[in-house]
Design a protein around this ligand. Structure first.
Ligand code: NAP
Length: 288
């Protein structure tokens, strides 16, 4: 990569940020398309998010991705929030155009595309159980409803966080039912579920588990974990051993990145290049 006075800059703000794989994915795409662009990672304390975004605008960056803990905070900072990002309750991509910060959410697109790619179906008509109601849980539950899921169950440790999701889904044709994040309560609804998505952060640490037993999973159930490091969480292993079809969150990361790339550049993203770069960065797989 050659950086010079004409290089267009984009990047990601997070806190912490050291483990991000997004620079590898985006820079591989810029190299493949011979674009004079570069993607950098910035460790931004949440107290400084406003000044960092204004700094990005003033330094004429083309855009930034936002990751934990910035996605919700940014809603009140950007100049405009895209309608879908407003519904999904978070901004993970900022586009900077003509001195304006415009907030988008590409996580919703990312999960829908990932489910289609991994399991060969869309949310339409499906009964979906989302574990977690943080930034990712909300975006996934609302996206499922916007895409026509029949029913969306949402289970979260802190019950109050489910309320805004129920309110948002009430504006769609889908039905939203809060569920307790306890094994008995989940066991009661799982027979009415086609697709379970883990959007809690439980499992990020090797061996950490929500404690869902093998008896909960059947070969009819599809289980997606938004976590991709480790590649197989305890949840995915238990589900796969019981015959359920499983996939991890790398495909969601890839497809949200594809959408961000296309938003900023207006170019079609090189999917295979970005997937390979991600797998190399995250799992150490050899580049082809
Ligand atoms: P967040 O807003 O901090 O939400 C964290 C969620 O995890 C909340 O629902 C929280 O419940 C729950 N949780 C945390 N510790 C728990 C515990 N000990 N027991 C039960 N629930 C617990 O974070 P986020 O942005 O939504 O991210 C959530 C997960 O999604 C992370 O693992 C992240 O890596 C993943 N993610 C993946 C992608 C991707 O592209 N693959 C994109 C976005 C996020 P409470 O509300 O009760 O605290």
């Amino acid at each position: 990569m050659q950086i010079d006075g004409s290089t267009t800059l984009v990047g990601v703000f997070g806190h912490p940020i050291a483990h991000t794989a997004s620079p590898a994915m985006h820079n591989a795409a810029f190299a493949a398309l011979e674009m004079n662009w570069a993607y950098l990672a910035f460790n931004v304390d949440p107290a400084n998010l406003r000044s960092a975004l204004h700094g990005a605008r003033d330094m004429v960056l083309r855009g930034v991705n936002l990751t934990i803990p910035h996605k919700i905070l940014a809603l009140d900072i950007v100049d405009e929030v895209d309608a879908d990002a407003r519904k999904l309750g978070a901004v993970n991509t900022v586009s900077i155009e003509n001195g304006k910060l415009r907030g988008f959410n590409t996580d919703g697109y990312g999960i829908a595309k990932a489910i289609r790619e991994e399991f060969n179906f869309g949310f339409k008509g499906k009964r979906v159980l989302v574990l977690g109601a943080g930034g990712a849980g909300r975006a996934i539950a609302v996206k499922a409803a916007l895409d026509g899921a029949l029913r969306v169950y949402v289970a979260n440790r802190t019950a109050s966080k489910v309320e805004p999701i129920v309110a948002e889904i009430a504006k769609t044709k889908s039905e939203c039912r809060p569920v307790n994040l306890a094994v008995d309560a989940l066991a009661a609804v799982v027979p009415d579920v086609d697709l379970m998505i883990n959007a809690t952060s439980v499992g990020l640490k090797e061996g950490e588990t929500l404690g869902l037993p093998a008896s909960l999973f059947t070969p009819q159930l599809f289980v997606y974990d938004t976590i991709y490091r480790p590649a197989e969480t305890k949840l995915l292993k238990t589900a796969a051993d019981a015959g359920a079809r499983t996939a991890n969150g790398l495909s969601m990361l890839l497809h949200q990145g594809i959408k961000s790339f296309e938003l900023w550049t207006g170019c079609k993203a090189p999917l295979a290049v970005m997937r390979r770069a991600l797998r190399t960065a995250v799992y150490g797989e050899k580049p082809a």
